[in-house]
Every structure is written in C-alpha cells, then in structure tokens.
Design a protein around this ligand. Structure first.
Ligand SMILES: [Ca+2]
Ligand SMILES: [Ca+2]
Length: 468
C-alpha cells in the first residue's frame, strides 16, 4: 500500500508576539510494494501412465508474504484441462507416448498494489505418457503334429497397436532347446491396425522333435520384441524310418476312397501290393477326416460288419504287429456287447488289438496279455491305443505291449496267425470291431527292442496315443 507522510516545522516561540508559528505541510508518499507469492509445488497423482490414461496434477500454495489467497497460471497447451476455483488442478492425457513439461506460477491477484501483481517464479515438472505395445500376438497352426517335411500353415495375428502407430511383426521357429532355426527375416512393417501373417510353413523341418512357433511385435518406442505365447509343434519321422522290412503298412492318411467316402482298398505303403480289401462294398469302412491330430481314420462300424482282408500273405510264428485304434464304446471283460476283434486271423483263433471290451492279444490257446478278469486293459471309448503284438519262433513265446508298456502276463506258446484281417474279415466275422483304425504296420520278424520302440515312438507321437 501507499502511505502519505506529512510534516511541518514549528518555531516553538510560544511567548513571542503572535505566538508559535508553524510552517506549511510538506507531504511525501511512501510505498510498501507487493511481494510475489512463493513458488508453488506441483503434486501429481498417477504419473507416469500409459497413453490414453489421465494424469491429474495440483498446484500446492506455498504462501504469499503479504497474505491472502493465490491462483495459478499454467502453460496450457490445449490438451490439458484446468479446473479448480483458483485454477489449481490440471488434467492431462496424450494419445501418443511423450513427456509433457508442466509449468505453473502462483499469482496473488494484487494488481492494484505498488509494484503491480505478484507472480511467483515458475515451477517446472515433467510427466510422461508411456507407450502401449501392440497387442500380444497369438499363433495358430493347421496342424501341430506333423511328419517330417509335411506342409502346414501357421498364422501369427495381433489386434494391432493401441496408439494406431506403425509396428513390426516377426515370426520365429525354435527347436526343443530354444535355439532359433528360422525367422521371417527382419520383420514386416505394418500399419497400426490388426495384422495377420501366414507362413506355409516358412522352413522345411527335416529332423523329428519338438519345435515352438512364436510371433512377436515391436513398435518404435520398444527396444526389444514382445513375443507372444509359443505353440508347440511335434514333428515325427515320416514312417518307421530305419526299421527295415515291414511287409504291410496301412496309413489312414493315404487311404483312397470312392465317391461315397468309403475305403474299398486300403493301399499298402510298403509297395509290396498287400492292399487291405473290404469284404464287400456295403461293409467297407468310411474314411473320416480330422479324427486325430488333424488326420483321418477309418471307421469300422459294428452295424455294418465292416471288415478288410489284409492281403494274402500267410504269417508264421515270427511277427511284430503294430496297430493304432480308438474304440467307439467302453468295454468290460466277457462282454460281447463290446466287441470285437480289431485284427484277427482268417485261419485260426487269433487276434490282437481289441476284443470283448479289452485291449488284447490272443493266440489260439490263451491270451498273451494279462488274463481274465484283468487281462489287457479295458477299452475306454474315444481313447487312442497303440498296441504291439509279437511272437518269436525261436523261443515260441508271445508278448503284448500297449503304449510301449509290456502287458504280457504269460509268455505262452504262440502259433502262426497265417492270413490276417481287420474287423470282420476272419474266422470270427461276427466279432466286429467298432471304432477307428488309424495305422497298421506288420513285420514278418521279431523286432529288437530298439526297433520296436522306434516304431512305437513314431506311432504314439503321430497319433498321440495313451500311455497306460
Ligand atoms: Ca503478494
Ligand atoms: Ca505403441
């Protein structure tokens, strides 16, 4: 404020004629100038935040030497909302990653005071809006259980970048030890929206094993790829590689059908021409697609007494017979309501693979597999079994394996099964298997343990069969 200070002189001659005399007043104005408010503090809630979210900051009054309330002046850039009765609050949001420098001064509103209105020095604070990475990519594949060299497609897709900015995508294939064996070569520049990449498959996988398919995204603000969850790929040998001499090999994936989807002749992949031939057109199995691991299987239907005769070769006492099957119904011992023979002899009472609701191997005189009432294991409808029946003419003994596990109870003297058939083709045509048959491989010799396990590994991986 301004004070007017006035003074006059007095001669103090009170006894003199005329008395004490006074001068006129001399007046001088004295100003007390306004002091500026103290620099405020900026207090922020939720900073930093991702783009699109909000940061709320408040200017906190640090006082004015002259007393009284203050208000605030911000550097308002138009993307910041100022509120509060004294403009003490700002609310910010940004659509792209960036840092924002906030500046604020306190003002005391005393514009009429000497020295004019007081403004504090400027408080500066930087707040950040962080990047949102593109949506984590997912991987899908047309098949995840493959043969070596088999063609498949796989897709990496993402919903895109939340900020709508360009980003890169890439795809990788790793081996079981997470060593990189392939990527798509430096990334693909894409727009900000949803993006899908398709590979078919990008690289031929020549070694059986487990592999992982992974997709990743990277935008301009990220220093490393954001990889999505991996998709596991099982690659198995294309057949019983290294185990020479199969005399029969039926594979649902190479079965030819007629116009009605029926398999009248199931070709022998060994090339020896021992095709499996349906007992009749009406009793031929149906080829059903996408039954197991994206692969087809032959459906042997009880109602139609489906059977296929497995060439004309006659087998002696030395054999190793592999099968992959899935029963259509649950079973129990002795229940012929849960038939029947997956594979049987056309000449004697012999079977392997399935009978009377169990997974079994019988050779004329008795069961090779565990005996009743606990012989074999009971069929579970929809389960997938890989069985191996063997017999040795050297020791005359039979053995039976399910999922590679020995289920033999008695090494009984086996006999030569002679000519073979699937389902109803055999000595007991009424005991018809009901379910899917995927693959059958027969050797006219007893494989070594290593050989047997090699073929079992191929079949179990290819068809994802159960382990008892
Ligand atoms: Ca002031
Ligand atoms: Ca982004």
């Amino acid at each position: 404020m301004v004070f007017a200070l006035s003074v006059r002189a007095s001669d103090e001659q009170y006894a003199a004629v005329g008395g004490n005399q006074l001068s006129g007043y001399t007046t001088q104005n004295i100003s007390f100038t306004n002091r500026a408010p103290a620099e405020p503090i900026i207090s922020c809630v939720a900073a930093p935040v991702p783009t699109g979210d909000f940061i709320v900051c408040t200017a906190v009054d640090q006082g004015d030497p002259d007393g009284g309330a203050v208000s605030y002046v911000w550097n308002n850039d138009g993307a910041t909302t100022i509120s509060g009765s004294n403009n003490n609050t700002v609310t910010l949001t940004r659509a792209t990653p960036m840092s924002v420098t906030l500046r604020v001064r306190a003002r005391d509103g005393q514009s009429g005071a000497p020295g004019g209105e007081g403004f504090s020095t400027e408080r500066v604070r930087t707040v950040s809006f962080t990047n949102r990475p593109p949506a984590i990519p997912t991987v899908t594949a047309s098949k995840t259980n493959l043969l070596v060299g088999e063609v498949f497609t796989w897709i990496v897709s993402t919903a895109g970048d939340p900020e709508g900015e360009a980003f890169n995508m890439q795809a990788w294939i790793y081996d079981s030890g997470w060593q990189l064996i392939w990527n798509n070569g430096g990334g693909v520049t894409a727009g900000g929206g949803p993006r899908t990449l398709t590979y078919a498959p990008g690289v031929a996988i020549s070694v059986p094993g487990t592999y992982y398919l992974v997709g990743g995204v990277l935008d301009a603000y990220m220093s490393q790829w954001l990889q999505g969850p991996s998709l596991e790929l099982t690659v198995v040998a294309n057949g019983p590689v290294g185990v020479s001499g199969p005399s029969l090999w039926y594979d649902a994936e190479v079965a030819d059908t007629n116009a009605n989807g029926r398999v009248l002749s199931w070709q022998d992949r060994t090339g020896s021409g021992q095709h499996a031939v349906a007992t009749s057109t009406s009793a031929s199995p149906r080829l059903v697609q996408n039954v197991r691991n994206g692969r087809p299987a032959l459906e042997f239907a009880l109602a139609n007494s489906v059977g296929m005769c497995m060439g004309n070769r006659s087998y002696g006492r030395n054999y190793t017979i592999f099968a992959v099957h899935s029963p259509a119904r649950n079973g129990s011992w002795g229940s012929l309501s849960s038939p029947g023979r997956l594979m049987q002899s056309r000449d004697i009472n012999w079977l392997t693979g399935n009978w009377a609701g169990t997974v079994s191997h019988f050779a004329l005189v008795d069961f090779v597999s565990l005996t009743p009432p606990s012989f074999g294991i009971q069929n579970v409808a929809g389960a997938w079994y890989q069985t191996t029946a063997t017999s040795s003419g050297t020791d005359g003994l039979g053995r039976f394996f399910i999922g590679g596990v020995n289920r033999t109870e008695r090494n009984i003297n086996t006999v030569a099964p002679q000519r073979l058939g699937l389902g109803s083709c055999g000595e007991y045509p009424a005991e018809v298997f009901d379910g899917y048959v995927a693959e059958v491989i027969v050797y006219p010799r007893v494989l070594t343990q290593a050989e047997r396990q090699s073929v079992e590994a191929y079949l179990s991986a290819r068809w994802s069969t159960m382990v008892p």
